[in-house]
Design a protein. Sequence first.
Length: 149
Amino acid sequence: MRILLQRVSHARVVVDDRDIGSIDLGCLLLLGITHDDSHQDADRLARKVANLRIFPNDAGKFDRSLIDVGGGALVVSQFTLFADTSQGNRPSFLGAARPEQASPLCDYFVQALRKQGIGRVETGQFAADMKVTLCNDGPVTLWLDTDEF
């Protein structure tokens, strides 16, 4: 599993001109799922996201987690995080899990975030054409991959 995490002051996702998910202070999580990802990967990633100290303390040092600040999470499925651009100019998405595998695992990840103590977890709509708006705070943008921890 991969996440492109962006610390945000606010973010929202719109489908068909309808606001379907939004948060204020927190993290926008663009989530990619590949073929061999599992519930264990989702649990590890949720634990990492919830506990990453990426919010500043009173001295301005990164010392507070999403849980510490009471922030929200907006999870948006993003199969393009597994794009292969090594051949030609058209990306291949064969590395991304098929929807029948990825959709339930995305739902499981959302529940895993809630179990970690994230009070507000919002989502996009799986496989929809989504418009995502955000205000990246910092900016802080991190790449998390379960193959790396």
